[in-house]
Ligand binder design. Sequence first.
Ligand SMILES: *Cc1c(COP(=O)(O)O)cnc(C)c1O
Length: 363
Amino acid sequence: MNQLYNFSAGPAVLPKKVLQQARDEMLNWHGSGMSVMEMSHRGKAFISIVEELKHDLCELIDIPSNYKILFLQGGASSQFAMVPMNLLRGKTNADYIHTGQWSEKAIKEAKRYCSVNIAASSKDAQCTYIPSQNQWQLSSDAAFVHITTNETIGGVEFHWTPELASENETPLVADMSSNMLSRPFDVTKYGLIYAGAQKNLGPAGLVLVIIREDLVGSALPGTPSLFDYQTHIDNDSMYNTPPTYAIYIMGLVLKWLKDQGGLAAIEQTNIQKAALLYDYIDTSTFYHCPVAPQDRSRMNVPFTLRDPALDNAFLEQAAANGLVQLKGHRSVGGMRASLYNAMPVEGVIQLVEFMKEFANTYD
Ligand SMILES: *Cc1c(COP(=O)(O)O)cnc(C)c1O
């Protein structure tokens, strides 16, 4: 089989080494005589996998001890509800920054539980930029401020961390699903971080939550136990059976990340990959990226062809060249190349080469 490069937005490419290791350990994990899939989540072997994963995560991102790491199910979408259910803490209002379709979904869900103040929105420009903080109109009584650090569909990314006034102690909540662990960041700037695993961390079925301890413990009355962070903290994410195999694979991904040199190193590679593609798009008149240059995502690069009638030919020929899953989200059309951590630089080089050839042929 020829080398294939998978530009899917998620579930997405995983490091080949991780898949090979999972294959090698599939039937007999570390001499246990069984697959991780078959293990009790309360047994020694699996507990050691979880402990090592937490340890590696703390090495990669420096998580202070007053933060809890949770491995939950229900995807990032479950957090759209769990965040207001748990963090309102007697308040009735939350601030959301609207930067695209994922923040919009978070807003829609939050409205079931509280009144939502859209403190800033880039809807006026089809969500092609991130509103700078001096444009935000935060409310004084908000229980939290919610941002989406990378909009997977629109391709905009926060390249800065909002600073919230410390006197009102409003926690910042971030959906980091699609740029988690793609760059270093300061956990202490956030009250809660969540990320679905299938973009940058591992397989689908697992959502990682990092939460500041003091925010937990006053969920809305009637909140199901499974939707109360306290339940999961009290039980070390083992209240019920967690997605064990996905957790194991995420552990392998973190080891791989450490081998790459950690987050500062992977960030440099991600900058390089994104620059290769954006620089070419910007010099071409055949391709176009609608996103404001300063807010362009390193993870998801949306672009259009000058003539949309060529979209299908582009996708077919790209696939014939081993470059797959480049079709843009059904809601926006065009193309989207996702360049997560596991996408090798070589994949982006090949994509740009192909784009040049295609443009030369059809220009
Ligand atoms: C994919 C994605 C989600 C939804 O994840 P699910 O696991 O499908 O619930 C939410 N937010 C962002 C930013 C995403 O990229």
